[in-house]
Each structure stands twice: as structure tokens, then as C-alpha cells.
Design a protein around this ligand. Structure first.
Ligand code: EAX
Length: 327
């Protein structure tokens, strides 16, 4: 009898320590990105929202805000995450170094061999450590989704090798590693928030930009960017971020559900992105865009290589090699 009582008390205490019971927690959350509902970011976001709704029996509803509705670019929206004005955000690493400096290690050009290499690093211990570093910035980084390998596009010239692109005025993300790499390659890069890029291209303030196939496609850039070169100069991972305020307010079971479901939605999202790339590039070519497939990638790699030394005081050779040699 006494044993039963002690056991009963222990169970009761465990329930109390577990915090607010998940069955009672209810919330409506805002999920944002720079991209439209046609982009794989929002396909993944829809999947995540559906799974969470289903798995919490409708207790947690996630509303989607695509196309820069909640800010003119990824820096502004990441600030929104920090402050708790936005609950969830799919963002490239563009401006994230300003929030968690270690993330910039992923922005080096020609760091990843292929998608299999990417998945190994992102879903493994190196990726997890980079995500956990965001805690210091009051951000809960759930998992890695993707934007994809980035390619150079422009309105002026068909680019096959790095020399063809010399002097082009291009927009880069607000990212010091990318900026340095393009300067090194002899282009004229300007950092800019995503929400301003289309107008800047239309008004010819800039000649070009660089982004994965899905971004160019979802943004219908064919009228303003007639030259598309498959440079794949850098891989663009996309941390799926959550406001720490929102995360901490959830019961533990829901926190675990969010992390687990975000990995699942991320796997789905990356597959969706990759499976669609070939059809998209064919459609882009059919719009009268000159697509260069046989780019001399070595020429870009060689031209950008000095930046590894430029940033050697911030990112150790050992850490870079741990990523490069991951098997
Ligand atoms: O994350 O700003 C950019 O070029 C990003 O690649 C885009 O917003 C998707």
C-alpha cells in the first residue's frame, strides 16, 4: 500500500515538473519567408504546418506569410524572430552571421561536393552544433532546410568562365563571405535585401544576381535576367528558425514534436527542391534565356580560393576541413 502511494506521488510530481500539459496548450503562429508559395521553402512550410496541425489535433495552427509580407528581407525578418514578432522563418544564411557568427562557415564557395555531402554535414553533428549556436542570439534553430546551390545570372553577357563576368555589378546577400568571394573574382558586388532586388534589376541599378534555380523561377526573373550560368559556386543552406520566446513557452512534448517534425519537413523540402530543378531550368531556357550548363567552374573556384585565407582568423582550417572531408 505504501509502495503504491509513493509511486503515485512520484507520478504526480513528474507530471507537475513536465510543465503545462500539452493537451491544454493552444497557439496560432506566424511562419514567414522571402519566397512565394511556388518556392520549395513554402512547400516545406505548408508540409510542416499540416503535420503540426494533425499531430496536435489542431491545438497549434501555423499561418503562412510568403513573399516578404513580414519584412523586406531576411535580416529584418530574423530580427522579428529575435523579438518574437515572427514565430517561424525559413531563411538562407544570407544575413545570419550578424546573429550567430559561426554560421558563416557554410558560406564559403566550393565547400560542398554534392547533395549527399550536404545532407551528411547538415543533418549530422556539425550542423547541429551550428544550429545550437543560435541560442546565444535568442533564436531556436530547429533544423536545416535548403535553398540549393547558387548560380550566377545577369542581363549583359553569357558567362562561361570567371573572366566573362569581370566587372559585372551584382547583388549579393548581406553576407561578408559572399561579398569577399565576388570581389576576389573581379566582379562588383553590392549587398541588398531580397525585397529590393527585382526593382534594382528592372531599373538596371545592377546587372545581375546569384541564387538557386528555384528562387529565379519563383520570382520569374526571365524578363530581367537573360543569361543564366550554372556556376553552383556556393551551396545555400536554410536554417528553419523559431523565436526562442515562442519555443520556450511550449510544453516539452510540443518542443520535441517541433524539432522532430522540422527535420521531416526539411527532408521533404530538400527532395522537392532537387527533384524539380531540371524541369525548371528547361522551362527557363524555353523563355528565351541563354542557359550555360558547361561552366568552367574551376575558373570560379580558383578565383575565389584566396578568401579561405582571408577569413582564417575567424574560421580555423581544421573546422573547414572537417566539413570538406566529411564522409
Ligand atoms: O532565401 O536573399 C536571397 O538571395 C535568398 O537566397 C532568398 O531570399 C531565399
Amino acid at each position: 500500500m505504501k509502495k503504491v502511494l509513493v509511486f503515485g506521488l512520484a507520478v504526480l510530481m513528474a507530471i507537475m515538473l513536465a510543465g503545462p500539459a500539452a493537451a491544454q496548450y493552444k497557439a496560432t503562429m506566424k511562419l514567414a519567408s522571402t519566397q512565394s508559395m511556388d518556392h520549395p521553402y513554402m512547400v516545406g512550410a505548408q508540409k510542416f504546418a499540416d503535420l503540426i496541425k494533425e499531430r496536435t489535433n489542431g491545438r497549434i495552427e501555423i499561418k503562412l506569410y510568403p513573399s516578404n509580407q513580414l519584412g523586406k528581407g531576411e535580416r529584418e525578418m530574423t530580427e522579428g524572430i529575435q523579438q518574437g514578432a515572427i514565430d517561424l522563418l525559413v531563411t538562407s544564411t544570407g544575413p545570419l552571421g550578424g546573429f550567430s557568427p559561426s554560421i558563416n562557415i557554410l558560406d564559403f564557395p566550393f565547400l560542398f561536393r554534392d547533395n549527399a555531402h550536404v545532407d551528411l554535414v547538415m543533418d549530422g553533428p556539425i550542423g547541429r552544433k551550428l544550429l545550437d549556436d543560435f541560442e546565444k542570439a535568442n533564436i531556436k534553430a530547429l533544423s536545416f532546410w535548403e535553398n540549393g546551390f547558387r548560380h550566377l545570372t545577369n542581363a549583359k553577357v553569357s558567362v562561361k568562365k570567371v573572366d566573362d563576368a569581370k566587372g559585372l555589378k551584382i547583388r549579393t546577400m548581406e553576407n561578408k563571405v559572399h561579398l569577399a568571394a565576388w570581389k576576389e573574382a573581379g566582379l562588383n558586388p553590392t549587398p541588398m535585401a531580397w525585397g529590393e532586388v527585382y526593382t534594382a534589376l528592372q531599373q538596371k541599378v545592377i546587372d545581375g544576381q546569384e541564387n538557386p534555380i528555384a528562387v529565379y523561377y519563383a520570382s520569374k526573373f526571365w524578363d530581367v535576367q537573360k543569361n543564366f550560368s550554372l556556376t553552383a559556386h556556393v551551396y545555400s543552406p536554410s536554417p528553419f528558425l523559431m523565436s526562442k520566446k515562442t519555443f520556450d513557452a511550449m510544453p516539452k512534448e510540443d518542443q520535441e514534436l517541433f524539432v522532430k517534425t522540422s527535420y521531416e519537413a526539411g527532408t521533404f523540402q530538400r527532395k522537392t527542391n532537387r527533384d524539380a530543378e531540371e524541369a525548371k531550368i528547361q522551362e527557363i531556357a524555353s523563355k528565351g534565356v541563354t542557359v550555360v550548363r558547361d561552366v568552367d567552374r574551376e575558373s570560379f573556384k580558383k578565383a575565389m580560393a584566396p578568401i579561405y585565407d582571408q577569413f582564417s582568423s575567424q574560421f580555423s582550417k581544421a573546422d573547414i576541413e572537417a566539413i570538406m572531408n566529411a564522409k
